[in-house]
Design a protein around this ligand. Structure first.
Ligand code: FES
Length: 190
């Protein structure tokens, strides 16, 4: 009888302990989920925030430039989004040479008229499309390559007076960045 009473008492104790353990487990589980969710929010926020461009990056997203002092036959280099941008005021001879090319002879066929907004002004991202070197040809006296445009000294790519690849390993023409003329002497790149 005493045994029966003791067994009943022990069963009751066990069930009390179990329900105590269950609620403890539930508490721990809920706490873990709550901390986990907070941790996720904290971890995601800096990540999302880092995807928003900072103010200085936004400021550089476009570059306004006064090109009135560039003489015919001269080139200048601007920086847009950290990249060099070549701006060449082409001579009549350079324009004529760019227009005279048979598109069938080009590796990356593009008519000159589709690469400029005004014949005299050629605007290009100054990065070789092979492996990213900066071609020479901006300064008078620079090597300009066989087609009188730009020459990439890294592996010998030659670009013409429209910035199109004519010889060497580069697969594409020099890229024309997005830009517009604000007026006759000011451009906005980007
Ligand atoms: S990077 Fe210009 S030719 Fe290779």
């Amino acid at each position: 009888m005493a045994d029966t009473a003791s067994t009943a008492e022990s069963t009751e104790k066990d069930s009390h302990d179990e329900s105590h353990d269950d609620s403890k487990r539930d508490f721990l589980l809920n706490s873990t989920i709550a901390v986990g969710a907070a941790g996720t929010v904290l971890a995601v926020w800096p990540f999302i925030d880092s995807m928003n461009p900072s103010k200085d990056v936004l400021a550089l997203a476009s570059t306004e430039l006064d090109i009135s002092s560039v003489e015919v036959g001269q080139s200048i280099t601007a920086i847009w989004r950290g990249k060099p941008v070549f701006i060449r005021r082409r001579t009549a001879k350079e324009i004529a040479a760019a227009k005279a090319v048979n598109l069938a002879d080009l590796k990356d066929p593009e008519a000159d008229k589709d690469r400029v907004k005004k014949d005299q002004w050629l605007i290009l991202v100054g990065i070789c499309t092979h492996l990213g070197c900066i071609p020479s040809g901006q300064k008078s006296g620079d090597v300009k390559g066989d087609f009188n445009g730009w020459f990439c000294p890294c592996h010998g790519s030659h670009y013409d007076t429209s910035g199109r690849i004519r010889k060497g390993p580069a697969p594409k023409n020099l890229q024309v960045p997005p830009y517009k003329f604000i007026d006759d002497t000011n451009i906005l790149i980007g």
